[in-house]
Design a protein around this ligand. Structure first.
Ligand SMILES: Cc1cc2nc3c(=O)[nH]c(=O)nc-3n(C[C@H](O)[C@H](O)[C@H](O)COP(=O)(O)O)c2cc1C
Length: 483
């Protein structure tokens, strides 16, 4: 099931028991964050999306934790289980010519899904029901302060639209935005990200950059802003493919950009690519405050919105939180793409504890010595995987989603002198332990079983397993034991 906008998604979540309306009066400063943190870390049956309907000083309701469970994340992208996303991408990438006519027609259907994924341009849009251009202001948005030592209030779930000043290609990224005042925002696009590249190109040309910030909209669009797509792949086409139809887009009122027509609120403005201002600190998804650093500044030119918008947001902090599930969707979508280039890869897991880039666990079909290393090096060269700090490789039969099994294999199967690889490379902007900001050491751990090909000094032992005969016998007699 695809959704046209965030309202349809909210209605679906409510109908299926995944959303709670909070009518009690709450403050946008810290209180909503503390409630949400408890809900997202609490028992699964209480981990619901929250719609705060009475935020002190505002008419606008605040939606949070909408993507914060596997069920809600899957529903947002129109599938039943997150694993179905891998299957959908794998089907698309399967370039083998099918045999039967029926299979050929199915394949044609898959390609047709891509063909109809392009954005559709519309002239009037719900996100432009109200247009404020004279004295636009951010003051009507119930932007949250998330943690006590945050530098202020931050917009945390935006789709940030920019374009390449040379090719005109669009980028959409999810980057937090610090509210400095009613007209100015800090743009926390990190150095490795798409819009940072657009800013570098604009700076070379000494030209101001148009920027549009869209809040709300179809959940597939919101997710796509967070997806690490390679440059040149349009997030809005990707969103169109995910939702099964092209995203309706409308021209902004004051900048040369298009935004999804069904969003709730759009902030239009410009960034002078040479201007910088201190952004942060901010309680980040690492569980620590990220340090204050210089980032570009957005100057507001217009606010366009629905008459009665919903303000969608999220909080990040010590995991697990809502962003973990956005990342899980990415892991499932990108697995078949990684397998296209590294066919030995079976599965991967980026657990919540590893906050995406700190730990990537990958299982492989190992066929030759050094293959685990080859996989590590290849992953470190793939898009934003370059930021992975630790890569742990296990054999194909290990369930990478089972952290207990992974810990058992990773400690037992490893000799520190033989199986650990230390390299240097680019580090995530938020890595507080790196040797220096954005550069540091990375570790690869080869926890696959070793054999004579790996030139080991002693025979590799056999793993314990009960005989099939006894297992079958015990299964047959189980009720007799009275256990
Ligand atoms: C809730 C949330 C907040 C994020 N905040 C930031 C941020 O402040 N800065 C940043 O560079 N990336 C942030 N990211 C990650 C980017 O959205 C992600 O890397 C995405 O691929 C960026 O798009 P791009 O590859 O087109 O630049 C955030 C992701 C999520 C889910």
């Amino acid at each position: 099931m695809a959704f046209d906008d965030i309202r349809e998604f909210v209605a679906h979540l409510e109908k299926t028991g995944h959303l709670k309306r909070v009518r009690a009066r709450v403050s946008r400063d810290l209180e909503i964050a503390e409630i949400t943190d408890r809900v997202s870390k609490g028992p699964a049956e209480r981990n619901q999306a929250l719609l705060f309907e009475s935020v002190e000083g505002f008419d606008t309701p605040v939606l949070i934790n909408a993507f914060g469970s596997p069920e809600r994340m899957a529903a947002a992208l129109g599938v039943e289980h997150l694993n179905d996303l891998s299957a959908r991408v794998a089907k698309l990438l399967d370039m083998r010519m099918p045999g039967s006519l029926v299979d050929k027609l199915k394949k044609l259907g898959d390609l047709f899904d891509v063909a109809k994924a392009g954005p559709k341009h519309v002239r009037s849009a719900p996100c432009q029901e109200v247009v404020e251009t004279g004295h636009p202001s951010l003051a009507s948005l119930p932007v949250l302060q998330c943690w006590p030592k945050d530098a202020g209030r931050f917009i945390t779930l935006p789709m940030v639209f920019t374009k390449d000043p040379v090719t005109g290609a669009r980028n959409v990224g999810m980057y937090r935005l610090q509210v400095y005042d009613e007209r100015t925002l800090g743009m926390h696009w990190q150095i490795h990200k798409g819009s940072a590249e657009h800013q570098r190109l604009a700076e070379e040309r000494r030209a101001p950059m148009d920027v549009a910030i869209a809040l709300g909209g179809d959940p597939a669009c919101i997710y796509s802003a967070s997806a690490p797509l390679p440059p040149g792949i349009d997030e809005m086409v990707f969103a169109g493919w995910l939702r099964g139809s092209g995203v309706p887009m409308v021209r902004c009122k004051t900048v040369d950009l298009d935004v999804p027509a069904e969003t709730e609120i759009v902030l239009e403005g410009t960034v002078d690519p040479a201007e910088r201002r201190l952004e942060g600190p901010f309680g980040d998804h690492t569980g620590y405050y990220s340090l204050a650093r210089d980032y570009p500044v957005f100057h507001l030119k217009a606010v366009t919105r629905r008459r009665q918008p919903i303000y969608p947001t999220t909080i990040v902090g010590r995991p697990p939180q809502e962003d973990y599930w956005l990342g899980k969707a990415t892991e499932r979508i990108f697995l078949p793409i990684i397998r296209l280039m590294l066919p030995e890869v079976v599965d991967m897991n980026m657990p919540a504890e590893g906050v995406f880039h700190n730990l990537v666990i990958v299982s492989i079909k190992k066929r030759y010595p050094g293959q685990a290393r080859k996989v590590m090096y290849a992953l470190w060269g793939l898009g934003l995987m370059m930021l992975a700090k630790n890569i742990l490789v296990v054999s194909e039969h290990v369930d990478v989603q089972n952290l207990s099994e992974v810990a058992w294999r990773a400690t037992g199967n490893v000799d520190a002198r033989r199986d650990i690889v230390i390299v240097d490379g680019p580090m995530d902007d938020l890595d507080h332990a790196a040797l220096r900001h954005r550069f540091g050491g990375k570790m690869g751990i080869d926890a696959t079983e070793k054999n004579a090909d790996d030139a080991i000094g002693q025979p590799w032992p056999e793993e314990i397993a009960m005989s099939e005969e006894i297992r079958a016998l015990v299964a047959r007699r189980w009720t007799e034991y009275g256990l």
